[in-house]
Design a binder for this molecule. Structure first.
Ligand code: SIN
Ligand code: FE2
Length: 226
């Protein structure tokens, strides 16, 4: 696993060639969640949003339904070899968007963040795209549909600020919350890989990144055998 300084150097390297320099802070670790505040510059965030718009054009957002029949408030799509989906048949990874087309490739800028914060050569199989319009939230859950929990999940926040709740591997454990801002990256590995987490609320309009407001969260996952 790379140290924060290494991640900073890699991001700084990536930001050369005319782009603004990247100021990287050390990650703060809370219960195994490693928080890289402000890792992604505004210019990079804008490029990433443009890349996500291309993903959404090829694989439109859907409003997912849980196996229990509840409509989730976030809308989702994915990029990569596999996309995480949910419907009445269950939670799972699928090689095709519900339209029947393959998921688009994971944008290069997003792959670069995975590399910078994990240093892992294995590329993620899935970049799940969550879009939070006004009022959307995500209940406490564990990410456990992957085949191998030795790889971390990397989460990128773009747009409006979100209150992120972090617990332990046991749902009964207490939780701590903090606001995730545009450009923040969270690495959920080790003790935090199977920790409960969720988004209690989003401050609509708190960021100027998306012209209509809202929040995009990207999570990168290695699905392994699936
Ligand atoms: C998730 O856990 O899938 C999303 C977390 C976030 O939106 O920050
Ligand atoms: Fe999650």
């Amino acid at each position: 696993m790379l140290q924060a300084a290494d991640a900073g150097e890699i991001m700084a390297e990536k930001m050369k060639s005319g782009k603004e320099p990247q100021k990287v802070q050390s990650p703060v670790e809370i219960r195994g969640f490693r928080m890289f505040s402000g890792l992604i510059s505004r210019a990079e965030q804008e490029e990433m949003v443009a890349a996500v718009r291309d993903v959404v054009a090829a694989a439109p957002l859907v409003q997912p339904v849980t196996p229990g029949g509840r409509h989730m408030s976030v809308r989702m799509t994915a990029a990569g070899r596999l996309g995480w989906v949910t419907d009445r048949r269950g939670y799972r990874y699928e090689p095709l968007h519900p339209s029947g087309r393959p998921w688009p490739a994971i944008p290069a800028q997003v792959m670069a963040v995975w590399q910078a914060v994990t240093g892992i050569d294995r590329e993620p199989d899935c970049c799940l795209v969550n879009f939070y319009a006004e009022g959307a939230r995500m209940g406490l859950h564990q990410d456990k549909d992957e085949g191998d929990f030795s790889f971390p999940v990397v989460s990128i926040s773009l747009g409006d600020e979100a209150l992120f709740r972090m617990g332990g591997q046991d749902r009964a454990e207490g939780t701590q919350s903090l606001w995730l801002r545009s450009g923040d990256v969270v690495v959920m590995g080790g003790a935090a890989r199977l920790a409960w987490h969720g988004i209690d609320r989003v401050r609509h309009g708190s960021s100027t990144l998306l012209s209509q407001g809202g929040r995009i969260n990207l999570t990168l996952r290695v699905v392994a055998g699936a």
